[in-house]
Design a protein around this ligand. Sequence first.
Ligand code: ACO
Length: 369
Amino acid sequence: MMMNAGLEGITAAETVLSDVDGEAGQLVLRGWTLEQLVGCVRFEAVLDLLLEGLLPPRAGKTVGQVLGCAREEVYRGLPQLDASLLALAPIEGLRVLLARLPDGDDFDTAARLIAAPAVLTAALLRRQAGEAAVAPDASLGHAADFLRMLRGEAPPGRDAIALDQYLVTVADHGLNASTFAARVVASTRAGLTSATVAALSALKGPLHGGAPGPVLDMLDAIGSAEQAPGWVERAVRQGERLMGFGHRVYRVRDPRADALKSALQQLTRAGGQPSERLMLAYAVERAALEVLRREKPGRRLDTNVEFYTALLLEALEVPRRAFTCVFAIGRIAGWIAHAREQIKTGRLIRPSSRYVGPRPPQRPQVAGA
Ligand code: ACO
């Protein structure tokens, strides 16, 4: 039996939700390319697109209204955030709080889960900073309301637009590790909350959604554009992985990197000049691509979504320790859509393993038997 430890090239689901073409560098969400969506439609519209036909009908409300009401419901049910919870990293706190939501696979559970990461992340971060949590405003878009709950005041329109573009960009991406985890759990009929907690746990790893914080750590360690080539070369020669580069599926540039780079440029351009931080990022990206091409000639490694995610979220004043939580605010759309799609198939996911351990001893032959 063929064995493939990373499951690359193995098709484990049929989906109408998204298609990642790693050779062409194209991401399609239910018939629309990423470029046709980012900057043209809001996160709420992408949610509608992804979940169409996968949830029971909602009684005449727009997705924005459903999401706004669900944010209020999650906030009303917010438990006491005690010292032990506030001592956790935000992504761990988010996992604990998500796990406390009721489980099920109905419409209300789905809406609550999609709303939850925004409300819970903002509340956790504010309480960790010694400030009171801010109640949601159901009339706002999801991105604008998250920034408002986080900052305690309405964000400028350009910040809300940039975050909305980010949420659209990361809403879904084929059978990535966290989405696969969600589908496996959903296939056991454990419920959407359980599927989401599993997905979040997979997302936080540095090889998946945990990379953007370390991207900024890398930029800080490099310090200046002149240091970039030497620093990057040393790191790759020592066998380190450059955070924000490489991808299991893309053999060309990750299209999400370009979507976010352009969102960032719109957000940070002051008087037509890129900021100093952005100039450093460009220098590090150039150096990384050059060194990776030279040092890893057998493997095309390019910029992935996490590199410009880090810079965009930093520009939006999201604390870097919470970057993965903000990833979850967007990606939960995909998790829920995939989990619902998996439930509809009715099929339990249960692959095989090849046993390579010791074999039981042969039964001794009994003489004369
Ligand atoms: N920096 C340096 N070398 C790298 C990198 C990198 N970022 N990525 C892969 N390589 C090297 C590997 O060390 C390996 O080298 P070797 O053949 O000399 O041993 C070679 O490229 C092939 O690597 P694989 O392990 O086969 O690549 P894989 O498909 O498993 O990795 C991954 C994909 C995990 C994303 C990897 O590129 C990586 O670790 N990147 C850095 C972390 C990161 O940015 N994660 C976010 C990914 S995007 C997302 O999930 C949302």
